[in-house]
Design a protein around this ligand. Structure first.
Ligand code: FAD
Length: 407
């Protein structure tokens, strides 16, 4: 897999480099200075969102006919990386626009959903959150209870409870995975998109997590919500798992975005650590001269760059308008989650007591990336997929990886 210069798999086109510089500039000026406030208060990153919208940075993956730029997963990962370098909470608002409901609405939805939601998401005016997880259906999502019941021709009632909808408390809409009448297990699972102000939709609470305080997860009750054909993103077929599989494969966009945020956040922590090592003087010498700490920096760089390469491969394999492949995506997400945990932890250690204090941002970054190792499919769920596929003989796209089960 060669990049734009034929050699480097992470090489960027001129447009991609320009997008990275734009996102970096807006993030440094408008996102970074507000990050600590959002963390302390739990207020949503409204001003940062306005600044990103003014720079057209919510338009990245949305089709041009709805006011977007029509880019793909590579560009989404570039922007998410640059924003998460300064603030994961703000990056999550972009993640929802790039890799969340907007992708599903554009690729799977009909004109009424597309016209209703896509232009407003591209303008940065509407957030649509994701309602998949339920109290008894997290990793085992097919155990979901949220379901439709028939209510006349082409009309249903939606009942259920979604307990982890990021930014659901400020969202205008929610994409809800639910079961069509007569379905069981993964059969009959489909999805609808509904406005939050529709009768029967109630915000019942917000989680108080260890991190991502400005983009917390909401609990949402769905009580007899009227659903019409116009709200349907993908209809579930009670005799088939096909819609469920389509929805699952769409999560690969979100997983790559999650990996990009981890790479960006870890990059920020890495840079803080290098700067601190050069500033901090102990017994007349900067700690940057200590080989024991240089080795930490080496291991952090190796971990970070390994994850970045796996992510670059996954998003480039999506191609134009495609979906990142499952195996490469699962590897990229796992590697990025683990790299972020390791790099952010070591960044705190390098800062000594100051790293543990809120005077330096590495403490916040460490708390923020922790949730990313759970959201969009846990590290364990990714390992289950990679391990079970590989033991059945599946391979990645690497030419050197041959199916060991074939003669
Ligand atoms: C920051 C954050 C944001 C989120 N945002 C959203 C959102 O916007 N929308 C949404 O719908 N959900 C969201 N979630 C929910 C998230 O998708 C779930 O938390 C996740 O899927 C795990 O489900 P669970 O919490 O019920 O854990 P469980 O499924 O109960 O798992 C508990 C533990 O068991 C492990 N485990 C489970 N099954 C297996 C297995 N077969 N083998 C090995 N280990 C296993 C898990 O990895 C985990 O460590 C978010 C979560 C977080 C933390």
């Amino acid at each position: 897999m060669a990049g734009a210069n034929g050699i480097d798999p992470m090489a960027e086109t001129d447009d991609q480099s320009a997008l990275r510089l734009l996102a970096r500039d807006v993030a440094a000026r408008e996102v970074g200075p507000r990050a600590a406030h959002g963390d302390e208060t739990g207020e949503p990153p409204t001003e940062a969102i306005k600044a990103l919208a003014a720079a057209d940075l919510f338009r990245v993956t949305i089709g041009t006919q709805w006011g977007g730029l029509g880019y793909g997963d590579v560009e989404a990962s570039i922007v998410l990386e640059e924003i998460a370098r300064y603030d994961v909470s703000t990056a999550i608002a972009c993640q929802l626009a790039f890799n969340g409901p907007a992708r599903g609405i554009e690729h799977l939805g009909g004109p009424s959903l597309q016209e209703r939601w896509l232009p407003r998401i591209a303008d940065g005016e509407a957030i649509v959150s994701i309602g998949i997880t339920e109290p008894d259906a997290g990793s085992a999502v097919q155990a979901m209870r949220t379901a439709l019941t028939d209510d006349g021709p082409g009309t249903w009632r939606l009942n259920g409870y979604k307990n982890y909808s990021t930014l659901g408390h400020v969202a205008e809409g929610i994409l809800v995975w639910c079961r069509w009448p007569g379905g069981e297990g993964a059969k009959g699972v489909g999805a609808v998109v509904i406005p939050m102000d529709r009768e029967g939709v109630e915000l019942t609470g917000r989680h108080r997590g260890m991190g991502i305080h400005a983009a917390t997860e909401a609990e949402i009750a769905l009580d007899g919500v009227k659903i019409t054909q116009d709200d349907v993103l993908l209809a579930g077929d009670p005799s088939s798992t096909s819609a469920f599989k389509v929805l699952l494969s769409h999560l690969n966009h979100e997983r790559c975005g999650n990996a990009a945020m981890c790479v960006g956040a870890a990059q920020g922590a890495f840079e803080h650590a290098v700067r601190y090592m050069n500033d901090r003087v102990i017994a007349g010498k900067p700690i940057a001269e200590l080989q024991g700490l240089q080795w930490k920096i080496a291991d952090m760089a190796i971990s970070l760059e390994s994850a970045r390469l796996l992510l670059a491969r996954a998003v480039r394999l999506a191609g134009e308008g495609g979906t990142p492949p499952a195996m490469e995506t699962a590897m990229a997400k796992t590697a990025a989650n683990l790299a972020a945990k390791f790099v952010c932890d070591e960044a705190i250690q390098i800062h000594g007591g100051y790293g543990y204090s809120r005077e330096y941002p590495v403490e916040r970054v460490y708390r923020d990336i922790r949730g990313l190792c759970i959201g969009a499919g846990t590290v364990e769920a990714q390992r289950n997929y990679i391990g079970s596929s590989a033991t059945k003989g599946a391979t990645s796209v690497s030419p050197g990886w041959k199916n060991p089960l074939e003669g």
